[in-house]
Structures are given as C-alpha cells and as structure tokens.
Ligand binder design. Structure first.
Ligand code: ADP
Length: 379
C-alpha cells in the first residue's frame, strides 16, 4: 500500500478520500486545524501550517510520496528535504516557475504559449512609459498568494492605478496585465504520469462573479479547433514541466476565437470537481494514480453534460444549511458535496453540487445552474 502525504487539508485533500479508499492508498495530511475538512478522511494528520517545512519532514517520515493541495509552500525549505531523498510529486522544479504569477507568465511566454500582455511593477516612477503598450482598464495582480480573486483588481485608469500602488508598501509584489475582454472563460484539467503519459479532461466553461468561480459547464460549447488549442497548451505545459499528477489550467477564449492561458494550478482544481460524478475517473483518483505510478484512468464524461455550482458562503454563521442541501439533492441526478466546514463566511467555498444531464443542451445547463443558485442563495 502506498502512503501519500498531502500538504494542505482543505476540500481538495478531502475529496481525495474516496479515491484513496478505492485505490487502497493511505492518506496523511499536513494542515493547521482539527476542523479542516481533510482531517476527517486522513488516516494520520500532522497539525502544522502548510509552509512549516519542519512539519513536512515529519509528514515525509509517514509517507512514500508527498503532494500538494495548496501551493503556498516554502519551496526553498522543501528543497532541503528533496535533497535528502524525499519524493515530491509534482517535483519542486515543476512547481517553482508557477508560484509567482509574474514568473509564471514569463515561463508560459518563453514556452511560446499565448498569454495576455503583462509587466512587473518595480518602479512606480516610470510606470506611465511602461504602460504605453497597455490600454485601460488593466488588471493588477498580487504576484504571490492570490486565490479566488483575492489579490486581483481591475483598474479603470492611470489615476486609480497610481492611487492603489501608492497605498502599497511593496509595489514590486504586483504584476500588471492587459484586461482581456474575453468571450468566455474556459478551463482544462490534465494529468501526466511518471512515464510521461498525458490524459486531458473535457474542456469546461467556467463562470466567475467578482473574480470567483460560481459555475462550471462541462463540456464547454466551443469548436473542435478551440478544444485542440486547449489540449495543445496542456500537452506543451505538462511536458515542459515534466509534471506528475493533475494540473488545472485556466483559459480565456477571446472574442476572435483564440485561447489564452490565464493561470496554472499545479494541483487538482475547482473547475474539475464535475469529474467526481460525471467522468469515468475523477480528477482526485487520477491525481493519486499518477503519484502512485498506476496507469492513468479514462477522463471521458459518462453523461452528455454536467454542471457544477459552487456553494459559496454568503453570511457569517455556523449553519450547516441542511435544508438547502436537501432541496439541492432532490433535483434529479444531483449530488451535493458538503465540505464539513464549521464556519461560513461570505465567499468561502462550503460545498458544491453537480447535476448530470442526459442530453447536450447548453441552454438547459445554464438555466439549471441558475435554478441551483436560486435554491442556495437567499433572494
Ligand atoms: P486567482 O488566482 O485569484 O483565481 P485569477 O488570475 O485567476 O486569480 O483571476 C480571477 C478572475 O479575474 C479570472 O477568472 C477572470 O474572471 C478575472 N481576470 C483575471 N485576469 C484577467 C485579465 N487579464 N483580463 C480580464 N479578466 C481577468
């Protein structure tokens, strides 16, 4: 039996639980709090912050391989462990170019992948001349530790940009990029095995509000050529990184039908949650298969379509929302995944619901997604 150590104990680690049981894999989790979701499914837990490399050393003693559900780790400290023979999958050199959004953009551009125009903010003084090639609005992003739209700001004009930067102590923590007036946002989950085999999930449409993912429609209603562009991006990226495991790739579909890369997550991803109920192999099982050197599974949908709606907190409360969850679960072919978090806060991901459809009809899918939201969110 393989023992997999997971750095991070949130819902992504929690959703590995069923797949681990199925594959006979033992999960050991490093996470700070007893109330973190994955503590309930882990066979052993190291209670510590995820960037505590001393704790990861203990995790390593309990595991054959270590993976990440959260990439906000101390990579220099982990390198010392890697040098002592600790096996990280994906390996640290596959993570390193992705952790800082500016470095990530440079890496993707140097690989020849299509990305929005971007620049690093280092000196505010000559910002105006640097911005010559970008029109407003622009997008200002924290280079590190951004997630769920935290650290992403759409800035309408130069005065607002200067004001925002002047309020910040360390401007060099930011990246500026062109605002992409996308037609839609897409995402693709891809997995690569130890011997370089790659599987790609159906490309999905993701729908964000206030920079946070609200809904996912699988598969996206796009042309075969756009599927091909997305798949080619995934192949190039995973091969170049020599990635092992699942990666989530967020994409923009531009108004002239081109696919640009927005962001790479070196782990399982919210846009792949539909795969638990809708695909032959879930992204979580796929990730464990890749880590444990098992043959990769079939990523295909076993239904015509699926929609996934995030159940985001909308108040500060300790409610378990049983009533709403029961109403959601009563919808035909719906499955509610409740992460068991004790506290609800506005915007916090508390769970998700996936509904399978027997026919391919994007209008019905969108309509259903809004019905699910009308059950979840108070009017
Ligand atoms: P996070 O790491 O917080 O998820 P992202 O970079 O993915 O941040 O941005 C979150 C959302 O903000 C995106 O899904 C998209 O809706 C919007 N966004 C980000 N960058 C741009 C851009 N360059 N142009 C237009 N919208 C953007």
């Amino acid at each position: 039996m393989k023992r997999v150590g997971v750095i991070g104990g949130g819902q992504l680690a929690w959703m590995m639980g069923d797949a681990a049981k199925k594959l006979g894999v033992k999960l050991v989790v490093q996470t700070p709090s007893k109330s973190d979701p994955a503590v309930a499914i882990a066979q052993d837990t190291v209670f510590a912050a995820i960037d505590d490399a001393k704790a990861t050393e203990i995790l390593a003693q309990k595991s054959d391989v270590i993976t990440f559900e959260n990439e906000f780790v101390d990579i220099d400290a982990l390198s010392l462990l890697a040098n002592q023979g600790v096996c990280f999958r994906p390996k640290l050199s596959a993570l390193a170019p992705l952790l800082d959004k500016y470095h990530q953009r440079c890496y993707l551009r140097d690989l020849g992948l299509p990305v929005p125009q971007f620049l690093a903010v280092d000196e505010v003084e000559n910002l105006e001349s640097k911005l010559e090639h970008l029109d407003f609005p622009v997008v200002l992003k924290s280079r590190r530790h951004g997630y769920d739209g935290q650290g992403t700001f759409i800035i309408p004009d130069l005065a607002s940009l200067q004001q925002k930067l002047s309020q910040t102590v360390n401007q060099s923590q930011f990246l500026i990029e062109e605002f992409v007036p996308f037609e839609r946002e897409l995402a693709v989950i891809a997995a690569r095995s130890v011997n370089g085999e790659i599987v790609i999930y159906p490309v999905v449409e993701t729908q964000q509000e206030k920079q946070v993912c609200r809904r996912v429609i699988a598969p996206a209603d796009i042309t075969p050529n756009q599927v091909e562009q997305s798949s080619a991006i995934a192949h190039t990226l995973l091969n170049s990184l020599e990635a092992v495991g699942v990666f989530g790739i967020e994409l923009f579909l531009t108004t002239d039908g081109k696919v640009l890369v927005n962001e790479i997550a070196p782990r399982t991803h919210n846009s792949g949650h539909f795969s638990i109920d809708a695909c032959e192999t879930s992204q979580f099982e796929q990730h464990l298969r890749a880590l444990c050197s098992l043959p990769l599974g079939n990523p295909a949908l076993h239904c015509a379509m699926a929609i996934m709606v995030n159940l985001l907190g909308y108040e500060n409360s300790e409610n378990d929302y049983q009533n709403q969850c029961q109403q959601l679960a009563a919808i035909p072919q719906a499955t509610v995944h409740w992460y068991g978090k004790i506290e609800s806060r506005p915007g916090r991901k508390l769970g998700h619901v996936t509904v399978l459809l027997d026919e391919y009809n994007p209008d019905i899918a969108n309509h259903l997604a809004h019905t699910l939201e009308s059950i979840w969110y108070p009017s």
